[in-house]
Design a protein around this ligand. Structure first.
Ligand code: NAD
Ligand code: WQD
Length: 350
């Protein structure tokens, strides 16, 4: 299948791309590199060659909000008699904090960029899409309550609101159903880790906002200590609990969702992609330390505004419908994250 990946140079994009290539798909990758590095694409190509993968990919440097740019990619693929059959839509801005500071930027990039993409897909009759949504859209349900796909949607920040809005647009497209779209919305929980080769991984711009990149920075002595936000949450050890999932298990779920969609004439498939297992901040820090035999100095600070104590997926639906099981443990995630930072202390070559 010829598949277009938007945001394919990013963290989840590169890992999803290698999985799709391994499964025999040719790719068109779009990225504006606003939050990623061209070196990530070079590494993807290198990894593809090492793994002796025959499938091919092309990279298109441009912005989703540029309709002409998008149209050219679709029209060229149509002319080549090998049209793009499906889109995996990952491009977007994802920092909760920045979205509070720059809401109009987030609505423009995430929502306007997506609308543009859907318009061009409709024009070129490419109506199969997997969209990356987020667990951040759910309302906090209370202590130790797993979030299922029917949990209340009530995002508390502009980033989450843009994700919920794109979901609504896709649901409207599906309701109309004249042109028979196949749509899968994947709500990711907390993807961490890296490809086991250590050739691709997460390399955020600037100071990391998320826990795992912050841990690996401390583990490689680039930051002196980890600040743990809150010690008095109503959890087993007072630190907040999340559902961490290995990025390669997440990557695999995209291809399985696409294959599942293709079985139907039209379909809307909404799935949580998590492990269903809760891990506290301290659990993650201690596992990272002991499995990698390294030191992670930390101190406690006040709670981060907008955080919740417990965000864990009910992932039964994804397991059943996709016949998918996350294979990697928290230990595997820590080993692969450490391997990535050891081999690339400053991330991708800049
Ligand atoms: P990332 O920032 O590493 O990747 C996103 C990529 O999209 C980047 O390479 C960026 O340059 C590109 N991009 C952004 N806006 C663009 C535009 N208008 N045109 C073209 N390219 C553009 O982020 P990621 O962690 O790989 O996340 C991928 C998707 O998954 C995002 O939509 C994010 O919201 C979603 N998501 C991520 C997480 C997470 O924890 N990483 C969790 C839930 C959902
Ligand atoms: C995890 C826990 C922090 C950093 C975010 C987005 C969500 C999704 C995934 C995109 C929390 C604590 C963190 C640090 C800490 N992304 N922490 N010290 O908040 O669950 O989710 O990323 O969709 O939308 O909100 O992930 O990794 O930021 O935090 O103690 O330096 O680690 O307070 O309890 P979160 P996270």
């Amino acid at each position: 299948m010829r598949i277009l990946i938007t945001g394919g140079a990013g963290y989840i994009g590169t890992h999803t791309a290698i999985n799709l290539l391994e499964n025999g798909n040719d790719l068109e990758i779009i990225d504006s590199f606003i939050n990623s590095y061209p070196a990530a694409i070079k590494r993807l190509n290198y990894l593809k060659n090492i793994l002796k993968i025959d499938s091919k990919f092309n990279i298109h440097n441009g912005d989703l909000r540029n309709q002409k740019f998008l149209e050219k990619i679709f029209s060229d693929s149509k002319k080549s008699n090998n049209p793009i059959e499906a889109v995996i839509h990952l491009a977007g801005l994802k920092s909760v904090g920045d979205s509070i500071r720059f809401p109009e930027k987030y609505w423009d990039f995430n929502v306007n960029g997506s609308i543009n993409l859907f318009k061009v897909m409709e024009k070129y009759e490419c109506r199969n899409i997997v969209f990356s949504s987020s667990a951040t859209i759910y309302k906090y349900q209370g202590k130790e309550v797993l979030l299922d796909e029917n949990s209340v949607i009530e995002p508390t920040n502009p980033y989450g609101q843009t994700k919920a809005e794109i979901e609504k647009i896709l649901q409207d497209i599906n309701k109309e159903n004249v042109n028979k779209w196949r749509i899968s919305i994947l709500r990711y929980f907390n993807p961490i880790g890296a490809h086991s080769s250590g050739l691709i991984g997460e390399d955020p711009f600037g100071e990391p906002n998320n826990l795992f990149p912050a841990i690996i920075k401390v583990s490689s002595n680039q930051t002196r200590e980890l600040k743990i936000f809150g010690y008095d949450w109503p959890t087993i050890d007072g630190t907040a609990v999340r559902d961490y999932i290995h990025v390669m298990d997440l990557a695999k779920a995209h291809y399985l969702a696409l294959l599942k969609l293709m079985e139907f004439e039209s379909k809307l498939l909404i799935l949580n992609i998590g492990t269903g297992i809760g891990t506290s901040v301290l659990d993650l820090v201690n596992t990272f330390k002991s499995i990698n035999k390294c030191d992670i100095p930390y101190s406690f600070t006040e709670r981060r505004k907008g955080d919740f104590p417990y965000v864990v997926a009910d992932n039964k639906m994804a397991e059943k419908i996709l016949n998918w099981k996350p294979r990697n443990t928290i230990e595997d995630m820590c080993i692969d994250g450490w391997n990535w930072i050891k081999k690339n202390p400053s991330g991708y070559p800049k």
